[in-house]
Design a protein around this ligand. Sequence first.
Ligand code: 5GP
Ligand code: ZN
Length: 118
Amino acid sequence: MENKKDCIFCKIAQGEIKAEKIYEHDNFFAIPDANPIVAGHSLIISKKHFENTLDLPASLGMELLDAIKRTSEILIKKYNATGFNVVNNNFESAGQIVKHVHFHIIPRKKNDGLKLFG
Ligand code: 5GP
Ligand code: ZN
């Protein structure tokens, strides 16, 4: 599926809604999260509409990993982070709100107080 009407991330991907792209390649781009849980919290989003990771073609795996690595490096530098989390919520029961596949990149620092898992 190329894109979906009323999907917020499709609208951003197509430039219908403006967003600051911090990284972009053929099939993915990254933007700051609108409600960051820490400074620099960003999202890697597929340009095409796939609902979740199960729908994402495995052939995009290498490009996705590269997008994760490059975006994380950019954020580490920009926010003086010493680590980062990659979070990907799939389906409502796992906390997925936007039904267009995306990966959270969360820059971390020692003692930043953020608790992600319990
Ligand atoms: P999830 O679906 O993984 O629970 O989270 C969706 C994430 O997308 C949330 O962290 C939310 O703040 C972010 N988000 C929702 N709508 C927008 C938007 O229009 N622009 C941006 N930059 N982030 C958004
Ligand atoms: Zn979409």
